[in-house]
Design a protein around this ligand. Structure first.
Ligand code: AKG
Ligand code: FE2
Length: 362
């Protein structure tokens, strides 16, 4: 969702019951009002149609002998139409994906006391982005999302806070390490192809990541929800990342993307990865690539699990539209911004259902 570093931490957050506990409460007649979206925002009832998101063969896409040209065309059309794509032949073994998903699922099945060892509330109160729990609560009128998560900094590797990485199941830490390592190649491959589409040097976006790019992993858990028509798994947002690489649940959908005022289901294709354009690429590409508004809907019958890797430029760097993409016909659309500041403010906007990128428009 947002790759937030310790930068934004500090505000006192109200303690919120894990959604998993709410969902498990016997005889609960309804969901707490804090989770109910206001009626005017209730497009949840509208039946979503499936988006024709293309599946891109990453191996072919990266071929330099011309055989990948079809994939490049598909990539362009997928990004222009949806702001996201599915990727196959991506080099992340099925065993690595399944192992990660299983470890994540098992973690959420552990008793609450054990999960609380990794809490994202220091002293039960002060919110930090890393750890287990809910999203940060900024104000009493914030609509909460029907999801628990464990959010961990995975890169730079020497900044990992291993004490917050679940020790059980025993496979969790290795699975996350391996998954992250493999997904890094997916991110780089897609970024190279995207630069290629804009006639930039292939390494342009990869170089922009800087010396210490930031990566966070978000294992999301969405329990069954008794009132799916009233409650979001994750409210509409754009990602504040460069790109997000996402492994969705292979048995249940829920991710939707907004286009032309309509919500579309993102199809579930086993063992593909979803790559979503983030705001940072929107800025660097001077608005040519657009970060899509997406959300997660809840389900009355089935829990859902997902694993997102949020890739960000080194927070100490500034980003701005590439000079190659700015000219008289197309002046710079966004102001230069320090990534650290962007990340901090993006989250506050998200929690109120606003899009921060709009405030950077020139
Ligand atoms: O759970 C999902 O499928 C989507 C998660 C998401 O949008 C995010 O983490 O930013
Ligand atoms: Fe997202």
């Amino acid at each position: 969702m947002e790759s937030a570093d310790a930068v934004g931490a500090g505000a006192a957050g109200a303690r919120v019951t894990p959604v998993q506990e709410l969902a498990g409460a016997l005889g609960m007649p309804d969901v707490p009002t804090q989770y109910v979206v206001p009626a005017h925002n209730d497009q949840q009832l509208a039946a979503a149609v499936t988006a024709s998101v293309p599946v891109i063969d990453l191996g072919r896409l990266l071929k330099k002998d011309g055989t990948g040209d079809d994939e490049l065309v598909k990539l362009r059309s997928g990004l222009d139409s949806w702001g996201l794509i599915l990727v196959s032949n991506h080099g992340v073994d099925a065993a690595v994906m399944d192992g990660m998903r299983a470890a994540s699922r098992e973690f959420f099945r552990r008793p609450l006391e054990e999960k609380q060892k990794y809490t994202n509330l220091i002293g039960g109160k002060k919110f930090q982005f890393e750890g287990y729990g809910n999203d940060r609560v900024n104000s009493p009128d914030q609509i909460l999302d029907w999801t628990d998560r464990i959010y961990l900094k995975v890169e730079p590797e020497d900044e990992r806070r291993i004490a917050l990485w679940p020790a059980h199941p025993k496979t969790f830490r290795d699975a996350l390490h391996e998954f992250t390592k493999k997904c890094g190649n997916v991110k780089e491959g897609v970024l190279r192809a995207m630069a290629n589409l804009l006639d930039l040097d292939d390494n342009y976006f990869v170089d922009q990541l800087g010396e210490k790019p930031l990566t966070h992993a978000r294992c999301g858990y969405y329990p069954e929800c008794p009132r799916p028509e009233l409650v979001f798994g994750l409210k509409p947002h754009t990602d504040g990342t460069v790109v997000t690489v996402l492994m969705v649940d292979d048995t249940i959908g829920g991710l939707q993307v907004l286009r032309d005022g309509v919500w579309w289901d993102v199809p579930v294709v086993p063992h593909t990865l979803v790559v979503i354009i983030g705001d940072q690429i929107q800025i660097m590409s001077n608005g040519i690539f657009k970060s899509p508004v997406h959300r997660v809907v809840t389900n009355a019958k089935k829990e859902r699990i997902s694993m997102a890797l949020d890739y960000s430029v080194d927070p100490m760097r500034e980003i701005e539209p590439s000079a190659h993409l700015v000219n008289e016909k197309r002046p710079a659309l966004y102001r230069k911004v320090k990534v650290k500041d962007y990340i901090a403010v993006h989250y506050n906007h998200f929690s109120h259902g606003e899009m921060f990128i709009d405030s950077l428009k020139i």
